[in-house]
Design a protein around this ligand. Structure first.
Ligand code: FAD
Length: 202
């Protein structure tokens, strides 16, 4: 973006990019679909059109709010694929605001480019609306955490590389005061992901 560019010119430039680079029809096969979506997200990032609200320091566009509205209008109009996983909308803003410089450097760009997919692991079979009831424990053992428990309803868990989770690090009755935010490598030994079919068959 150039500083003297008008909203209209920005809209036209973005529209041209989304039209010319449109990745085509969504593949029916789920594996092909994820690859198709990742390819698109990488192309978007590499061309400087990813993360309209993100800081430029982490690969975003850092647009004004008005310009973000233009971006979202054009993005929806073009019917191009959206983000993969739930990390971009939920975990990333937390890392942008509260993460250490190392965490920002390590996690943000790969997430924005679609190279790593993040899924949320908060809910549990006995902890939905009442999240302070969660029972998954994380115990520090030297340089690692040993995690025990079960999460449920984790959208995109089947394609995730990282789970951003809430786990109990305090005593069992510590409710909301004993919860920590832990990133878990989805490919780590001991992680099992099972499908949960909903009423629509998804
Ligand atoms: C499609 C889908 C995707 C999801 N994706 C994710 C995800 O990616 N990651 C994740 O962590 N979770 C996810 N969830 C979980 C979702 O956030 C939970 O379903 C939600 O927290 C509610 O929990 P629950 O289903 O156990 O219902 P419950 O908490 O058991 O609630 C059941 C009913 O009781 C009502 N209720 C509960 N407590 C009270 C109260 N004190 N007073 C009055 N009414 C009450 C609720 O409103 C609800 O109608 C997903 C759920 C769905 C359906």
């Amino acid at each position: 973006m150039t500083d003297d560019e008008t909203d209209e010119r920005f809209r036209a430039r973005l529209r041209a990019f989304l039209t010319e680079q449109h990745p085509g029809r969504r593949p029916k096969d789920p594996v092909e679909r994820v690859a198709w979506q990742k390819k698109w997200l990488a192309a978007l990032y590499d061309a400087g059109y990813a993360g309209p609200s993100w800081p430029r320091a982490y690969g975003g566009m850092e647009l004004s709010f008005a310009r973000q509205v233009v971006y979202q209008e054009e993005y929806a109009r073009a019917r191009v694929p959206g983000p993969l996983g739930t990390g971009l909308g939920i975990a990333a803003p937390t890392i942008v605001k509260y993460g250490t410089p190392e965490q920002k450097e390590r996690y943000l760009r790969p997430m924005l480019r679609g190279d790593t997919v993040w899924a949320q692991g908060y809910s549990e079979p006995e902890a939905g609306s009442d999240l302070p009831a969660l029972r998954t424990t994380a115990r520090r053992d030297g340089a690692v955490y040993v995690v025990n428990g079960q999460k449920v309803w984790n959208s995109s868990a089947d394609i995730a590389d990282i789970f951003f989770t809430l786990v109990r690090t305090g005593p069992p009755d510590s409710r909301q005061d004993g919860i920590s935010y832990l990133l878990i490598d989805a490919h780590a030994p001991g992680v099992t992901v099972r499908p949960l079919r909903d009423l629509t068959g998804d």
